[in-house]
Design a protein around this ligand. Structure first.
Ligand code: ATP
Length: 374
């Protein structure tokens, strides 16, 4: 027998936008979140991510476009008629009810008589089985947030929406809860749409990340793809530190572009360049700090052939345990960042030292130079 795939947890946004008077918070947006995926809306404060989430929840009416959950057009349905639930940063637990009753609340409201088994299963899922009879104020912030997740999942929504759910936690607890939420999502297998301004959080948890900027999705992809192949300077800088070197297109060599910067030659795969590449044109050549190797100038002869290489002077070195972060001044580009794992550190690499920076052309991406670098 042929089975049709379950797509009841797909979220499909078609041309949805939101305007407040003359201000556009979200420009017309098309986005599909597949059933069962962990999807993150990532961006700086005010970029429109919460508004987008609230339009999926039904808490905000779109100014245009449609919201579909599975096959159903829910654009004009009130929140309680949509198969979604939302977890907010403020856990919004009932202080006078114990943990069991907080989680049972949604079932009791629907008139479900025997709630014990379901609530216990849900508390086990969030690893709070032992805390059932405590009141919210007797739990830590992370535990309270897990109660909020259990309470939101008890009615088996098709989609769970999470609006900066870890924002009130300290950094260590945030990191633990990121892994915990990922585990819960994998276990329940429903669609999670998570809003955050923290790029590390989005990259740790999500299968797919939509980077938002100024009410638009600037780029959509897996964390690795966004990190390795950003298409704009905004995405390159938002997802970690990026060195961007202004270079002129010289010639083509097979699938590669040969560029010049500060008298030196750089090679970039044309497939990894999202900029126009006419000879004489300018491109921003991007390279992540941890992809660059540093060799003391006295050993310049040992740098393998075929690597992109530029010379510079160490301006600053900060030891941060696992690695040392260098700032390099170079005729090619001011203040290049280079991260070197300390197991590979050469004691001669101190401020003032002359160095060769080199990296594989495979790690280089190219961006349109007409954009702002910051
Ligand atoms: P944050 O992380 O700070 O919550 P965000 O990316 O989630 O930011 P939104 O809350 O979606 O941003 O807001 C997007 C823009 O829309 C902001 O400039 C905000 O000021 C504006 N905005 C949101 N709600 C309203 C409203 N009810 N009336 C007018 N403007 C609004």
């Amino acid at each position: 027998m042929k089975t049709t795939p379950d797509n009841s947890g797909d979220v499909r946004l078609s041309g949805i936008s939101k305007t407040y008077g003359s201000f556009t918070a979200v420009h017309p947006l098309d986005l599909t979140v597949p059933q069962g995926s962990f999807f993150a809306l990532l961006g700086a404060s005010g970029c429109g991510k919460t508004t987008t989430l609230r339009m999926i929840a039904g808490l905000e009416e779109p100014s245009s476009g449609t919201v579909r959950l599975g096959e159903e057009d829910v654009t004009h349905l009130p929140p309680y008629k949509r198969p979604v639930n939302t977890v907010f940063q403020s856990y919004a637990l009932f202080p006078h009810l114990d943990i069991f009753e907080n989680v049972a609340f949604g079932l009791r409201r629907r008139g479900v008589k025997s709630v014990k088994k379901q609530v216990e299963e849900m508390l086990d899922l969030v690893q709070l089985g032992e805390q059932a009879r405590k009141k919210p104020h007797q739990l830590s912030g992370g535990q309270q947030q897990r109660v909020a997740v259990a309470r939101a999942l008890i009615n088996h929504p098709k989609v769970l929406l999470l609006d900066e759910p870890l924002g009130a936690l300290d950094l260590k607890l945030r990191r633990q809860m990121q892994l915990e939420l990922k585990r819960i999502q994998t276990e329940v297998g429903i669609t999670f749409v998570h809003v955050t301004h923290d790029q590390e959080e989005a990259m740790t948890m999500a299968d797919t990340v939509a980077v938002m900027n100024g009410g638009r999705v600037e780029q959509l992809g897996s964390p690795a793809d966004l990190y390795e192949n950003p298409r704009t300077t905004f995405v390159a800088n938002f997802l970690g530190t990026s060195n961007l070197i202004r270079a002129e297109v010289d010639t083509r060599s097979g699938d590669d572009l040969v560029l010049t910067a500060g008298g030196g030659k750089l090679v970039l795969s044309e497939a990894r360049c999202s900029a126009p590449t006419t000879a004489g044109g300018t491109v921003l050549v991007g390279i992540r700090p941890e992809k660059i190797s540093l060799t003391h100038a006295d050993d310049a002869g040992s740098v393998p052939a075929g690597r992109n290489r530029i010379t510079g002077t160490i301006a600053d070195a900060s030891f941060i345990g696992v690695s040392t972060q260098y700032v390099i001044d170079s005729p090619v580009c001011e203040e290049l960042s280079v991260y070197v794992q300390n197991v590979e550190r050469d004691g001669r690499l101190v401020p003032g030292a002359e160095v060769v920076l080199h990296w594989s052309p495979a790690h280089t991406f190219g961006l349109d130079a007409a954009q702002d670098i910051d």
